[in-house]
Design a protein around this ligand. Sequence first.
Ligand code: SF4
Ligand code: SF4
Length: 146
Amino acid sequence: MPQPGFLKKRNLCLLNEGEWESLCDNCGFCCLYRVLYDDTEEVYLTRVMCSCYDLKAGKCSVYEKRFEVNPDCTRITAENIAGLTWLPPHCAYRLAYENQSLPENRPLFSRKRRRSGQRELERVLGGRVVLYEDGLDLCDYIVWKC
Ligand code: SF4
Ligand code: SF4
């Protein structure tokens, strides 16, 4: 099993699919809607969650077919990570891209998939997350600038 810090010695492009997937702790921050202001190109995170996210389970409910169900779902890859500047600072893909160490509680380092990601969502947004529904104005739910 990999140890924390192993990514510093490996190129993200060389991770196999299982290793890549296990970096994610299902924190759900990338499933929150963002607002992009065209005039300033500023991106703001909202507390509105994709309706495919299961808040109780703390993960996407359609993960295997997410790109079919939700064409707006973003695929995070080693090739596009540089442009995904809105990913939260604790996201493992962002940390790995920035060549920073990953916390030891990542699923990659433990057979027991921990729920640290879900706890982070609760800690930061304190249960204020709402699921997206038609008619909702995202601008009313902005929490911070990415
Ligand atoms: S923000 Fe990063 S760690 Fe969190 S769910 Fe998205 S990809 Fe996974
Ligand atoms: S489809 Fe799933 S992975 Fe994609 S944004 Fe929605 S909840 Fe997240």
